[in-house]
Design a protein around this ligand. Sequence first.
Ligand code: GLC
Length: 553
Amino acid sequence: MSSSVFSAAEPRSAAPADQWWRTAVIYQVYPRSFADDNGDGTGDLAGVRSRLPYLRALGVDAIWFTPWYASPLADGGYDVADYRAIDPAFGSLAEAEALIAEAAELGIRTIVDIVPNHVSDQHRWFRAALAAGPGSPQRQRFWFRPGRGRHGELPPTDWVSPFSGGTWTRTVDPDGTPGEWYLHLFAPQQPDLNWNHPDVRREHEDVLRFWFDRGVAGIRVDSATMPVKDDTFPESAHQHAPGDHPYVDRDGIHDIYRSWRAVADSYDQPRMLVGEIWLADRRRFARYLRPDEMHTAFNFDFMMHPWDSGGLRECIQSTVEAHGLVGAPPTWVLSNHDVTRPVTRYGRPDSSFGFEARRFNTPTDLALGRRRARAAALLSAALPGSLYLYQGDELGLPEVEDGDLPDESRQDPMHLRSDGADPGRDGCRVPLPWTTSGPSYGFGPGGRTWLPQPTWWGRYAVEAQAGDPDSMLTLYRAAIRLRRTEPALRGEVFAWVTGQSEHVIAFRRGENLLCLVNFGADVPLPPHDTVLLASGALDGDTLPTDTAVWLRI
Ligand code: GLC
């Protein structure tokens, strides 16, 4: 067996404590669906506080909360009405402060979500803009434009929203006549902010300080490539050279994050920024991670890849190389609140992820998906960098699909605005099962849940898995424990190991840890001292298909 280190960097030791984010395991909480303390069917901060011991036992270093601020929840909280208030459905600011402090006592850091591209149409700025009318200074904080056509009856551009449909909505003037249009790349309830306006910049820096002052350790930056617009509003948004798209990845964007980084660095214990950056071009992606910008970004390329050794190997290689250009640590992401759960995805004939490809009634082999999701868990947990884990993936929850989510229960604008063609994202947001039976499977005392739980949900409950050596939860707990205890996994040394079948991904961490993932027919295990962890039963010294193993060598 030969090995080659392609990273030019000298082997580095474990990250110093103030760079915890380089190797952290970060657990994503979708507060609405995690745990419901007051029994109203919606998860809340008191529910999270009561479950902190669970997260501590899982071994995570940090929690990323999707937006918990005051919001009409037109897009699950990504329509923020007030960053300085917690939505009453979730609790109060005092509870958020208590939660941050209690988590910190357990050694768990808190990351909050900031959504610079837009606010809620109920935000005080937008209400003031509508009330003040055309030409007013209040409207300058957004993108209000007259329509095209003789009577302004056509939208200023024909851009298509990621939520389907157009990106402009016409307003009604205070005197009742049809007025200007405003831009919303997402839903009409999410008007886009004008980042050329000094108020917009100042306000976001204040919001960062507001949360950093409360002990928050990091910020997840939502839709991070989109806030800066071409203010000439060209009609078409298709086919652009890098940096020349009217609203994705324009060069002016970096200035914003440099100023955010300065705010983050102004604290004694510097705070971190992680970007939601969907960009196929790895070099453009890496620009966001330059030393004076964000610290890390989600690796969606890895998440979207089908279950295939060649493609995933290339993706890992290009990930490490692109991050090496700027000295940033990679992240490894298998899912989040926007995408189909891995157990379901990997059980499909096409196991890649794409928003446009989602359809109802897609045939799925869940046993196959589970086997692969377990192997993917060990693959991602063994790679150098930080690991993101979306709530419920540690339980191996499948996507809740089709008849299990009746049409009238669906709430995601991606579904509602697609005329029902796209199932949307509700299927990965169903409230978690904590107990095998009982009202709402232990989610809350009232038995109500904001999305219906399927009848088979109890099988996946924490209670069912906690003592089961073969459960997904046991696997995740063991993997995260080893990430803490094995120096090889805490360091950044990574080397491909060649000489294996092309269907096997094999790499070494540190000097003595080998990770193998077999995508093809059974293969013999290479010589080793101990099996540290395997995602499925090993057949003697054979690694079966769709199985991963960590070996001490
Ligand atoms: C991000 C969020 C997603 C939200 C969108 C608009 O992609 O992850 O949930 O709908 O931004 O804010």
